[in-house]
Design a protein around this ligand. Sequence first.
Ligand SMILES: *[C@@H]1O[C@H](CO)[C@@H](O)[C@H](O)[C@H]1NC(C)=O
Ligand SMILES: *[C@@H]1O[C@H](CO)[C@@H](O)[C@H](O)[C@H]1NC(C)=O
Length: 116
Amino acid sequence: MKSLLICALFIGMFAAFAYAGNDYSWGIITDKDVLISNSTVRTVSRPFIRTAKKLVFKQKLKDPYTIVAIKVTDKKIIGGATVTILSGGVGSQNVTLLFKSERGKSINDQVEIYGR
Ligand SMILES: *[C@@H]1O[C@H](CO)[C@@H](O)[C@H](O)[C@H]1NC(C)=O
Ligand SMILES: *[C@@H]1O[C@H](CO)[C@@H](O)[C@H](O)[C@H]1NC(C)=O
C-alpha cells in the first residue's frame, strides 16, 4: 500500500514535469550571438475567452542584427499560451509573434531574441 502511494507520487511528479510550461524555441544560440531583446508578454485572464497579444520586434539600427534564435519561456505552470510567428523570424531582422491564451487563462511568457 505504501509503495503504491510512493509510486503514484512519482507518476504525479513526472506528469507535472512533462506538462510544465508551454515553451517554444526557434534557431540555435551560439556563444557568438547576443541577446538583442528580452521582454515579457502578459495578459490578464478573462472568463471564457482567449486573450491574445502580438509582439513586434523591429530594429532602428544602421547595421541591424540578424535574428538567429527566439526563445519563449512559459512562466505559467499550466495552461500556457500558444505562440506562432506571423512574420519575420530566424534569418530576418524583425519578427512578429502572436500569443494566444487558453480559454479563461492569461498569458505570461518571457521572450528572448538573439542576433548576430
Ligand atoms: C531576461 O529577463 C528575465 C527577467 O528579468 C531574466 O530572468 C532572464 O535571465 C533574462 N534573460 C537573459 C538571457 O538575460
Ligand atoms: C523585416 O525585415 C526584412 C529583412 O529581413 C525586411 O525586408 C522587411 O521589410 C522588414 N519588415 C518590417 C515590417 O520591418
